[in-house]
Design a protein around this ligand. Structure first.
Ligand code: SF4
Length: 701
């Protein structure tokens, strides 16, 4: 009899519910879960094709040491021995974990516990650093905690949706579908898209602002100054619930309209139209994603957006508020358990001695990390200069995804001991590992993920693990036991890990921290098996809550107030005479990350079959480039060779190259080899949306 399993899509941060049916002959069929509150049965092209991406071709099935098959005991013993040896000889900060938003929360929790509480270093960071670290930092500055105020329902209730740095139609397609459906029901809803490119999302936009790269911060600063002079400025709200308005307004109001036109590249008429629309529409949601986050001024951009919502009191109420969209399926879950080098579990802060003490006592930890660890870019720089002696990479491919990717590749190749856990045998990163550990993938593993609206959902297994593959949490716990921490890592199941994580979130909390799911602190295996999707917070003693944060005007800074943040950084200019084109990077509709899964589907691959560069026809003509020519794109850091796609969707003076293709696919296709390792100084997030390149027609030979 075919059995139906309710699980969650493993791709984007929308976190759609999926019903997977495994037939007796092994065939799997997929449909959207009509009862899941993220998607109500909808799926996008990637979700619909999930069954086409779960064959075992290319899977890593057995542990390997130095390229040869090995047993689990030998591999785990070696990992524990090499990490212990590095710690003994060079100290705890000589080892590092680089993890992933693909991991389940339970995997993340065990990795974080091992590194921060038992190894005694905070050198655990995640590829989510490349995705939403600026939003985390902006939330903490503005709200006092990493809290996403709203819910998906707000997108349907809003009268104005501002999408900035977000190609929602391709990157969060089911949310796009929900908004498009809401607009069809209520045509008065307005949509503004702020993006240097005319993306598919602009198909439903009333106004597209083709802003200069990084010009969006000046735009929101200009908006704050405009709102401050308008009757919609909510003096009562500002006085009762915020601090810092005067300083933020002073910074914002220093920009004249001429400055704004210069910084944004937009005509005055469009700027005024946007300001007027925002001013007159109380129910406004501002959604932002990687175009805001992946910037050297990303955190300031996030706070510039939050400032505008605080100034009008448009936060914590239905249909309004700033709304950060997470890229990966479990970027939010990683944040909850301290998957970032500067955070502890349960949204506690590593630099806060009370928080450290609380976690230490809860874990009975022998050696708590006392200071933040290395963020992603810093971590690979430390690998390069020899400070990191042992590195464990889980479920991610930094040789493709890190900026200055060739330098990262060289650093990993020179590291004395590299472990890679993955589901795929041959990636650009697995090739550099001393030890390979086969992980279970989607459909084979059990645990939880959290989506962009703070909704925790189960991923459930419906397929047997292939070969010797094991869950990441199990691998980490086994290494922890072998390093001498048997009691702390005696987890019998993902349910036991989830229960500990939930109990920690409620431990001595009393509502003083935002993340609390203490109601699940005693969940057992049967309870975990039937766990329904729910939004946090859910403290002990409460029932399910579908809630917005900040409805009562109380925030998580010690005085209970939100903070305006004065932001006035200059818009960075990266282009030069030698590298005159601004490089933008991003996703395509039907692929996910480095193609290891979506690349298996002929249907998905047929949408855009090869790596390409979008270039404006006028720029192409000046460079002697015709449509479909091969083009060499060059920066001071490297070069790639991709197909030219001439389109007026791309603004003059810039190019767009998707992030997905790897050297596994074509000899020079990794766009991240072109990007400098420039990061936001607050969040440490790389500026992956804004590089500088030159382009010329490529002639083989
Ligand atoms: Fe999966 Fe995202 Fe598509 Fe939903 S929108 S089906 S979570 S890729």
């Amino acid at each position: 009899m075919p059995t139906e399993t309710r699980t969650t899509c493993p791709y984007c941060g929308v976190g759609c519910g999926v019903i997977a049916t495994a037939a007796d002959d092994g065939k799997v069929s997929i449909k959207g879960d009509p009862d899941h509150p993220a998607n109500f049965g909808r799926l996008c092209s990637k979700g619909t094709a999930l069954a086409e991406t779960i064959d075992l071709d290319g899977r890593l099935m057995t542990p390997e040491i130095a390229g040869r098959p090995a047993g689990w005991d030998a591999a785990l013993d070696l990992v524990a021995e090499k990490f212990s040896q590095a710690i003994a000889e060079h100290g705890p900060d000589s080892v590092a974990f680089y993890v992933s938003g693909q991991l389940l929360t339970e995997d993340y929790y065990v990795a974080n516990k091992l590194m921060k509480g038992f190894i005694g270093s905070a050198n655990i960071d995640t590829n989510s650093r490349l995705c939403m670290a600026s939003s985390v930092a902006g939330h903490r500055r503005g709200f006092g905690a990493d809290t996403v105020p709203g819910t998906y329902e707000d997108l349907e209730l809003a009268d104005l949706i501002v999408l900035t740095g977000s190609n929602l139609a391709w990157c969060h397609p089911v949310l796009y579908q929900r908004i498009a459906a809401a607009r069809a029901r209520r045509p008065t809803m307005k949509i503004v898209v702020i993006d240097p490119r005319r993306t598919m999302t602009c198909d439903i936009a009333d106004l597209h602002l083709a802003v200069r790269p990084d010009g969006d911060m000046a735009l929101f600063n200009g908006l704050l100054a405009h709102l401050a002079r308008s009757p919609v400025l909510d003096q009562n709200y500002i006085g009762a619930h915020t601090n810092g308005f005067v300083e933020a307004f002073a910074a914002a109001s220093s920009l004249s309209m001429a400055d704004l036109i210069e910084a944004t590249g937009l005509p005055a008429m469009q700027i005024r139209e946007f300001f007027a629309l925002f001013e007159r529409t109380e129910k406004t949601v501002t959604c932002y994603s990687q175009g805001v986050n992946q910037s050297s001024i990303g955190t300031d951009k996030v706070n510039a957006i939050i400032n505008c919502h605080l100034a009008t009191g448009r936060i914590g109420r239905p249909g309004m508020g700033p709304f950060s969209l997470t890229g990966q399926p479990n970027a939010m879950g990683g944040r909850e358990v301290g998957g970032l080098a500067n955070m502890l579990a349960a949204h506690m802060e590593i630099e806060n001695p009370d928080h450290r003490d609380r976690v230490r006592r809860f874990w009975n930890a022998p050696t708590m990390a006392e200071r933040p660890g290395l963020k992603a870019v810093e971590m690979f720089q430390a690998v390069a200069d020899g400070r990191i002696k042992a590195l464990w990479i889980m479920s991610t491919n930094p040789v493709v995804s890190m900026p200055d990717a060739d330098a990262v590749k060289a650093a990993i190749a020179a590291c004395p001991f590299v472990v890679v856990s993955d589901i795929v045998r041959d990636t650009d990163t697995t090739k550099l590992a001393h030890v390979l550990l086969p992980a279970t993938g989607w459909g084979e593993k059990d645990g939880t993920v959290t989506n962009s609206e703070r909704r925790i959902s189960r991923q459930r297994a419906f397929l047997p693990p292939p070969g010797d593959a094991r869950p990441d949490w199990w691998q980490l716990a086994e290494v922890g036991r072998r390093m001498g921490f048997a009691e702390a890592f005696a987890f019998a199941s993902p349910a036991a890990i989830f229960a500990e994580h939930a109990a920690l979130s409620g431990f001595e909390n009393d509502g003083v921290r935002d993340f609390d799911i203490g109601a699940y602190g005693d969940i057992d295996d049967p309870g975990f098996a039937t766990l329904k999707p729910f939004q946090w917070p859910q403290p002990a003693g409460t029932g399910p809550q579908e809630t917005r944060f900040f409805a009562d005007g109380r925030f998580y800074h010690v005085d209970g107030k939100a903070r305006f943040v004065a932001v006035d950084a200059d818009v960075p200019v990266r282009t030069s005479a030698d590298f005159p084109l601004a490089l933008n990077t991003g996703r395509v509709r039907d692929h996910w990350h480095s193609l290891t899964r979506t690349g298996k589907s002929a249907r998905l691959s047929s949408h855009l079959a090869e790596p390409f560069v979008e270039i404006h026809p006028d720029d192409a003509a000046n460079l002697g480039i015709s449509d479909a020519d091969l083009v060499r794109i060059e920066s001071p850091h490297g070069h790639i060779i991709v197909r030219a796609l001439l389109t007026a969707r791309q603004a003059r003076g810039g190019v767009f190259v998707p992030m997905h293709w790897t050297d596994e696919f074509s000899a020079r296709a990794r766009v991240d080899t072109l990007l400098p390792s420039i990061t936001d100084p607050v969040s440490g997030q790389p500026a992956s949306k804004h590089g500088a390149v030159a382009a010329r027609r490529f002639a083989a030979g």
